[in-house]
Design a protein around this ligand. Structure first.
Ligand code: NAD
Length: 249
């Protein structure tokens, strides 16, 4: 029996990086994948590869998120897993002294408001089923702060962590588990883009990782698969660190 057979997993930011690797991983374990992304080409390609559904949506828009979960319910009749993972990094050094309010707001919208919206519209379906698993992508910086300046990003991920904890506590007796997953630095387009602009920043980040390397997206996907599966049946309201030891160093 594969862990996700008969289960429907909605994955935001599924077109790239961690979301894409997770879509492929859950599909390989029998899951039906709903890939949600702004990027139609990338999201559509992942849906094709996994044999699932693609929904083009900006997850910062409440109506788009509401409609996406309603569509999943209509097509498949259930929502078993929500991996709320779409996110952005501030385009450059993001010191509190220099960050403009618009840049700050944009990062909160994409990284935090989107998670609030996806939880809000996934939870009623899961509660009705008496079962469900939500995994929200936070980051190691949420608990330790980053050596590089990225105040809007760090604050948004702290919000994801706090929200996941509270929802995990609130919905445990409904059979719904809610966990945050905090990756360390991962080799994805998000990180590569950031470091291409500032290679020194990559070096500064790398020295803090005990393994001396960044993670591959598949290593994060394996942890998401665990948290989203029944193997994690007694885990909720947690911050699951997959950071190569960076926060312990
Ligand atoms: P990525 O850039 O490779 O992929 C992000 C995906 O999200 C893209 O396909 C993009 O189109 C989509 N997206 C962005 N804004 C969207 C929106 N408003 N609506 C719908 N889709 C949207 O990034 P990644 O590195 O795979 O990051 C995934 C998550 O992991 C993010 O939340 C990120 O903050 C977090 N994270 C990444 C790292 C890392 O080092 N890469 C570390 C810790 C946490």
């Amino acid at each position: 029996m594969q862990r996700f057979e008969g289960r429907v997993a909605v994955i935001t930011g599924a077109g790239s990086g961690i979301g894409k690797a997770t879509a492929l991983r859950l599909a390989s374990e029998g899951g039906t994948i709903v890939a949600v992304d702004l990027d139609r080409d990338a999201g559509g390609a992942v849906a094709k590869e996994t044999g699932g559904l693609f929904i083009a949506a900006d997850v910062t828009h409440e109506e788009a998120v509401r409609a996406a979960f309603a569509e999943v319910k209509e097509v498949y009749g259930r929502v078993d897993v929500a991996f709320n993972n779409a996110g952005i990094s501030p385009p450059e050094d993001d010191s509190i002294l220099d960050t403009g309010i618009e840049a700050w707001r944009k990062v909160q919208e994409v990284n935090l408001t989107s998670v609030y919206l996806c939880c809000k519209y996934a939870l009623p379906h899961m509660r009705e089923q008496g079962k469900g698993a939500i995994v929200n992508t936070a980051s190691f910086v949420a608990t330790m702060g980053a050596a590089t300046s990225q105040i809007s990003y760090t604050a948004s991920k702290g919000g994801v962590l706090a929200m996941s904890r509270e929802l995990g506590v609130q919905f445990a007796r409904d059979g719904v588990r809610v966990n945050a997953l905090s990756p360390g630095p991962v080799n994805t387009p998000l990180l590569k883009e950031l470091f291409a602009k500032d290679p020194e920043r990559a070096q500064r980040r790398l020295v803090h990782v005990p393994f001396g390397r960044f993670a591959e997206p598949e290593e994060i996907a394996a942890a998401v698969a665990f948290l989203a599966s029944d193997d994690a049946s007694f885990i909720t309201a947690s911050n699951f660190l997959v950071d190569g030891g960076i926060s312990g160093a």
